[in-house]
Ligand binder design. Sequence first.
Ligand code: NAD
Ligand code: TYD
Length: 356
Amino acid sequence: MALLVTGGAGFIGSNFIRDWLALGDEPVVNLDKLTYAGNPANLGQYVGDRRYTLVQGDIGDAALVAQLLATVQPRAVLNFAAESHVDRSILGADDFIQTNIVGTFRLLEAVRAYWKGLQGEAHAAFRFLHVSTDEVYGTLSPTDPPFAETNRYEPNSPYAATKAASDHLVRAWHHTHGLPVITTNCSNNYGPYHFPEKLIPLVIHNALAGKPLPIYGDGQQVRDWLYVGDHCSAIRTVLAGGRLGETYNIGGWNEKPNLEVVRTLCAHLDALAPRADGASYATQITFVKDRPGHDRRYAIDARKLERELGWRPAETFDTGIEKTVRWYLANPQWVQDVTSGAYREWVGAQYGAATP
Ligand code: NAD
Ligand code: TYD
């Protein structure tokens, strides 16, 4: 028995594999293209461990995926691989179309051929778990109920549109071809190994570097925040007991406006790593031009997952954020290693003079 995980060198995938290997001995093969967001060092502790294999490659490489499936004979494929950053999708969507749509299509086709060749119990027990986002549902007004699985898909960013397309492909491969799929749609994650282009790690990184903390627009956009370890436990739960062809929303019941998130981070940093001049990191907050098409509010109704499979998040926002800040303070080398040349070019293109 083994799992094939795609995109496992990124933020959530690497947390998933670490937790998986801490809980049991079932081997994991990680197929990852190692884009700017993929970092083999995230799982460096498993180099030489017979339970873990990293294969550098593209989910869109049909021959490679077919060969890998034939050799590994996984009982499940978990698809984390994606281009995942909204701002990058606004500057250029090509890679998002290629990986999130074309790549998912090629992966589905390779997995379908493999699954058709399985016999008996292996065929019946096989799962394809597609990891997706709440952003496919679009945006909410302050009084709307949170997103349920029955909400219409109304993606607003190029990123969300490509993830929505991939969800539709996964659905169709189940409906038409019978592929045993399950899709999860999760809210904003945070935690260790989060690439510092996303709000929470970017703010921690910039704060400690004495740089501005860029808040888009008025900072009153609301996101639901979930600690990454809780997302990983939800995925394990859905893999074990989710119903075929179903989608499950995953969320933290933690709606917060961005400005509040940033102020909370500053308060933790003030307590754990005070600035030499005694001023609060909050003095570095800088309002910058808003993101085009910026979704105002995301909120998740995760009651289906709780009702059917008994899952609830273990962390509150306060406990999860404190763990996260402590992790970044303890791992400055990791941040330094990932914020290399390509990252600095991106910051220049995205923030211009606002963030030196
Ligand atoms: P990430 O950007 O940190 O990691 C993505 C990983 O996929 C990287 O290791 C990258 O090298 C790899 N990859 C990219 N293109 C590939 C390709 N063509 N073939 C193989 N590997 C490829 O992303 P993340 O934040 O870890 O997100 C993982 C998944 O979870 C994504 O599908 C994302 O849409 C979804 N998701 C993320 C969040 C969040 O808050 N980060 C929330 C909900 C859902
Ligand atoms: P992000 O972490 O990019 O996740 P997503 O866009 O997928 O929700 O952004 C989270 C929120 O923070 C979003 O409303 C945009 C905002 N934001 C800023 O205000 N400043 C920043 O520098 C970044 C990266 C994000």
